[in-house]
Design a protein around this ligand. Structure first.
Ligand code: T1G
Length: 649
């Protein structure tokens, strides 16, 4: 049974691709299309409409085929053949026409989209470039700089923007297929447009081009593919269509074999495998219409906003009216920001505010299906809150804690039915950060776990399941390499050297800059908490304690590992550097000099060892859980795949 079927609508042949879940252009799809092309060139319908069944038009080449040699027919050859068809081909696009799917549409003579359709060239996110003519045909159809923007950023655009750019001939009014057939009839009555590949490339002034590309690639950091995509579009401007196509394919094939693409493809699938637990297979989650949030501070407000933006009703609780007003103001601030940035409409903004309420009386939580506690990180305070929740909430309500390191089993044991308690560890800012660490205590019920995973999906978060231990996955690994970074200071490095090594490796910022941003008092409190249980044999660096004892807590006090002037930029802190050098002398540690590679080898090694311990203890079920956590919680460079992937690679 071919995955491509043909039905005649009058003298129009309608080809339907049906290859769930996203109609990826697998070998079967390519073969089905090639067969349909040959058949329609013989049967000579007035025109051909190409559409897809299911939720989306072709969302790209089949990424699962990339680790094997490609099978005929090759996508570029198929698209060249479609472009050379003797009758109009109309691509009818719904859902997301991405990568090879969009290139397929570009090979068609006409394109029509549903109003909600999106198109894009996300290949750069897989460490690739478009490999079937996208970088060649696009700049011959629209403004080359706009073409470069699509290929270099990988960001999809809406149907209305595609229409404005000239990518769509029309936006469908009413049924997409009907509109496509009407367009096909119209096209059949006119001469075929000149194939894009044979069109001359538009002139683009070099300096203007370089300036535009510099802006587009500014955020690439250590990822190569955005630069490669820009170079491929440039090739398309400097060569004939046919020659540029060859150059594009060579570049694509080289990148397909590159370590960065292997890492990015790994993390693509890893992000789609996390959050799947055998315990929840076939288990129905509990209803999730209204959630409660206890605590209106930065985390509580972020969690409330994330839930509102995902269509949930939210009831916030704070200790008194003033605190609840302050919490509500924070939530309104976040929603106001989304409105200002055009992420939500005025009407949506008003509707979200109507779905939100803040109060200081726990009885307002009587209807909540799930409540997330996000109060001060103190065990006694948390237990008091859970006692109050147990009294106020309906027995089937799920009770969750947002603690980032406290013992969730102990919190669960503070209520009669501990099976309803789970950890939901959000990262700040909670309405932006993609990761949700679901901390699984010993007695949690399977449907409570299923409900937590369901909530993550509803919030468009990546759910990673973690066992209960100090710091779970994320903070446990972060604490371990923060400790290693402290050891490096005593051994001879200085904060700016460690941070530069981490930034040049691809981290968004170094560990000392990050601590100054978060506030050194948080780590200080954690070290004091651990002091009682820290093994005497464990090496301990007291430099950060010395800094905190002087009341220097980082950015918020203008001093920490670095000094912060008017411009807010971190500057080297001679006092701290003297403190570090004195600490080595005090312990008789000869100070060595470290290359950036040597610094990263120690930090990475530390992440990988802690990761291996986490796997051995069953705190994480797979290396994917650790890598997805490090990439999405701490900005570990995606194009490296994650510390565990690197270890195996
Ligand atoms: N190939 C294979 N499987 C794919 C796939 C693809 N292109 N896209 C998605 N899947 C699987 C995915 O693993 C998951 O499987 C299921 O579909 C649902 O995906 C020559 C070289 C389309 C926006 O980069 O961005 O074309 O986990 O959970 O949230 O130039 O999937 O259920 O088993 O993500 O609704 C370019 C990648 C390829 C698009 C839908 N295309 N996909 O999001 O569902 S390279 C892409 C996405 C290329 C050419 C080049 C998203 C989506 P499972 P999902 P979703």
């Amino acid at each position: 049974m071919s995955v491509v079927t043909t039905t005649m609508h009058g003298d129009i042949a309608v080809l339907t691709i049906d290859n769930p879940p996203v109609n990826a252009a697998s070998q079967a799809v390519r073969q089905g299309l090639m067969d349909a092309l040959i058949a329609t060139e013989k049967s000579k319908p007035a025109a051909v409409v190409l559409t897809c069944a299911g939720r989306t038009f072709v969302a790209g080449a089949d990424i699962r085929e990339f680790d094997k040699p490609f099978l005929e027919p090759m996508l570029p050859d198929l698209l060249n053949a479609i472009e050379a068809a003797t009758r109009p081909w109309i691509a009818a696009i719904h859902g997301t026409a991405l990568g090879g799917g969009f290139e397929l549409a570009l090979a068609c003579s006409h394109r029509i989209g549903a109003p909600s359709a999106k198109i894009g060239l996300p290949e750069v996110n897989l460490g690739l470039i478009p490999g079937a003519g996208g970088t060649v045909r696009l700049p011959r159809l629209i403004d080359p700089v706009e073409a470069a923007r699509l290929a270099v950023t990988g960001k999809p655009i809406s149907a209305s923007e595609a229409h404005k750019l000239g990518l769509f001939d029309a936006i469908a009014e009413g049924e997409l297929l009907d509109a496509a057939i009407a367009l096909a009839k119209d096209a059949a009555a006119k001469p075929l447009p000149t194939p894009l590949l044979t069109r001359a490339a538009p002139e683009v002034e070099r300096a203007a081009w370089d300036a535009a590309i510099a802006k587009l690639t500014a955020k690439a950091r250590g990822q190569n593919s955005p630069h490669e995509a820009a170079a491929a579009v440039r090739d398309a401007l400097d060569h004939s269509g046919t020659d540029a196509l060859k150059l594009e394919r060579e570049r694509f094939m080289r990148l397909k074999g590159s370590p960065q693409s292997a890492a990015l493809r790994y993390i693509f699938f890893a992000e789609r495998t996390v959050g799947k637990s055998p315990r929840t297979k076939g288990v129905a989650p509990r209803p999730l219409a209204q959630i409660g949030v206890v605590g209106g501070g930065t985390m509580g407000a972020g969690i409330a906003a994330a839930a509102l933006l995902s269509g949930l009703k939210v009831q916030m609780i704070e200790r008194d009216q003033d605190a609840s007003n302050a919490g509500a103001a924070r939530v309104e601030g976040i929603l106001g920001g989304s409105l200002k940035r055009g992420l939500i409409s005025e009407a949506k903004h008003t509707a979200l505010l109507a779905s939100f309420n803040a109060d200081s009386n726990y009885s307002a939580l009587a209807e909540a299906d799930l409540v997330i506690e996000a109060v001060f990180e103190d065990m006694d305070v948390k237990k008091q809150v859970f006692k109050a929740l147990e009294a106020a909430c309906k027995p089937e309500a799920v009770l969750a804690t947002n603690t980032s390191y406290l013992d969730v089993n102990e919190i669960a044991a503070s209520v009669a039915d501990s099976s309803r308690v789970i950890g939901l560890h959000f990262f700040s800012p909670a309405h932006i950060m993609k990761l949700l660490e679901i901390v699984v205590p010993n007695n949690v019920a399977d449907d409570v776990l299923a409900t937590a995973i369901q909530l993550a999906k509803a919030l468009h978060k990546l759910p990673v399941l973690a066992g209960v231990c100090d710091g779970f996955i994320a903070n446990r690994i972060m604490s371990s390499y923060r400790r290693e970074a402290d050891y490096l200071l005593e051994d001879g490095a200085l904060p700016h050297e460690v941070d530069a090594a981490m930034r040049n490796f691809g981290m968004p910022m170094g560990i000392f800059e990050m601590q100054d941003l978060a506030g050194l008092d948080i780590g200080w409190a954690a070290r004091k908490r651990r002091a009682a249980t820290r093994p005497a044999s464990e090496r301990y660096v007291d430099i950060p304690d010395r800094i905190c004892e002087q009341g220097h807590f980082g950015r918020k006090t203008g001093r920490g590992w670095y000094l912060y002037g008017e411009d807010g930029k971190p500057a080297r802190n001679p006092e701290v550097e003297a403190l570090i050098i004195a600490a080595s002398a005090r312990k008789g540690i000869p100070r060595l000099s470290f290359s950036e590679e040597a610094i990263m080898a120690r930090i990475l090694g530390c992440m990988q060892n802690e990761g291996a311990a986490i796997l051995a203890e069953g705190i994480a079920a797979s290396r994917e859980d650790i890598d997805v956590t490090m990439v999405n919680a701490f900005g570990f460079p995606r194009w490296m795949g994650g510390p565990m992937f690197m270890k195996d690679a």
